[in-house]
Design a protein around this ligand. Sequence first.
Ligand SMILES: [Zn+2]
Length: 272
Amino acid sequence: MRIQDIIPLSIRHCLGNYWHLFVAARKKKNLLKKLHGSAVECNICHWQGAHFIDDPWHARTVCPNCGSQVRHRMLVALLDGQSSMTELSEKTIFQGKSVLHFAPERQLRHRIQRASAQYVSTDYDRGDVDLKLNMSAMPSVADASFDVVIACDVLEHVPDDRAAIKELHRILKLNGIAIITAPQKDSPSKTDEDPTITTPEGRLQHFGQKDHLRIYGDDLKERFESAGFSVSVIDASVFPLIIIQRLVLAPPILSTHPLATNQRRFYFAKKS
Ligand SMILES: [Zn+2]
């Protein structure tokens, strides 16, 4: 008698899912053991180890425990008041504020939710959010609804990003802030986009990922300014070297790939 004959299909599927979870957990446990050490630390899950693991282009930049990347840890370090930009902290950005969080990352979501007075999560595709919104047309959101909008690595997926930036400006209150990141080529650079490139392979080759519609350059700032924002651009240089190295707020080994994003930046776009 075969196992298929005595265990119903639904139970076999269930067991299969558990088996995958079990294998993944064992692999992760072995990886963390291999990376035992204290040279680097994730400021999100507080894992410490010899070094982080690689993403496709940047060696040793991803937390093996929670998956945090440079941009997540940079924002948390900023919120923790570890930068020279002391005017930017969890208290000044989020306390008492209404926040709309696009494509909410699990590494940031709960902290931002805890810190803010009103928190709304949104995404175009995902089901685990409060609102389903298309950033470039949000008629269901009234003018001047939010104090803060946060969208990390979202704009490069939006077909009409200029319309999206205008919409962000519209739904923000006066003096409200859009906190934005996007993959961008290392400086000096200009945005590279071509609407005739529509295949996943073409987008991967030109823009770095199968679902990216462009790769930004230094002119991303101007796209926000032309919509009426005043923009501050922040990169790892606002942190002390010891913090950059400890939390890995910049790739420890610079990638030479032409589409690498060695210089991660946060755009603080203020509606003034
Ligand atoms: Zn982590």
